[in-house]
Design a binder for this molecule. Structure first.
Ligand SMILES: CC(C)(COP(=O)(O)OP(=O)(O)OC[C@H]1O[C@@H](n2cnc3c(N)ncnc32)[C@H](O)[C@@H]1OP(=O)(O)O)[C@@H](O)C(=O)NCCC(=O)NCCS
Length: 173
């Protein structure tokens, strides 16, 4: 059993949609409430390629049969459209729930941060629902610092949600 990180391909999109839809349905890790379909994921990939944002998928290979599957991804995207924000990016990271706690999230962030620095970004933001306590610890462990908490900015599953703003300064990572 081994894991590799590589840029996404069109053939990865069904697996990426499945991982994302699972979180949309069951968790507040994402504030999205409607499912994504393949055309949505194609548009997502086109945006990433057009804007040259770092993106890596995590491929799990079972050596015996040489079978592989996608178990997560990490990408950066534009934080806000205004030009003055162009050196600030927002990070998205999802690991399939059967593959959490194996160090994959921390490792892929390390690779994405290297790419971000090479492309000249100044800072990376992670916006995290504070009710997901293990996730908030994860970001601190990866070197992000909490800058504040936005109160009641989301509502999902009938409850109000606060969002923690976590920031990594690339010059200090
Ligand atoms: C947050 C997430 C990406 C972490 O990925 P991961 O591969 O499980 O993380 P790692 O194995 O690299 O864990 C690194 C550290 O994070 C913390 N951590 C991660 N998941 C944890 C959990 N479920 N419970 C407790 N601590 C956890 C631990 O401190 C761990 O350090 P340790 O190995 O010393 O115990 C993963 O849980 C996930 O995909 N969550 C759902 C999606 C999400 O919330 N994404 C963020 C918003 S974009």
């Amino acid at each position: 059993m081994s894991f590799q990180f590589r840029p996404p391909q069109e053939s990865d999109l069904p697996a990426l949609a499945e991982i994302f839809n699972n979180e949309i349905e069951t968790s507040t890790c994402t504030f999205r409430t409607d499912h994504v379909d393949l055309s949505n994921r194609r548009a997502w990939l086109e945006d990433i390629r057009r804007d040259n944002y770092p993106c890596l998928v995590i491929v799990h290979t079972i050596d015996v049969d040489d079978l592989s599957s996608i178990v997560g991804w990490c990408n950066l995207s534009r934080y806000r459209p205004q030009e003055a924000y162009s050196t600030t990016t927002e990070i998205t990271l999802y690991i399939h729930r059967d593959f959490r706690g194996l160090g994959l999230g921390s490792q892929v962030i390390g690779c994405i941060v290297t790419e971000a620095r090479e492309r000249g970004y100044q800072t990376i933001l992670a916006m995290v629902a504070t009710e997901n306590a293990p996730n908030t610890k994860f970001w601190v462990k990866c070197g992000f610092e909490q800058r504040g908490i936005l109160k009641d900015v989301g509502k999902k599953f009938g409850r109000w949600l606060d969002v923690g703003v976590y920031q990594l300064m690339l010059s200090s990572y």
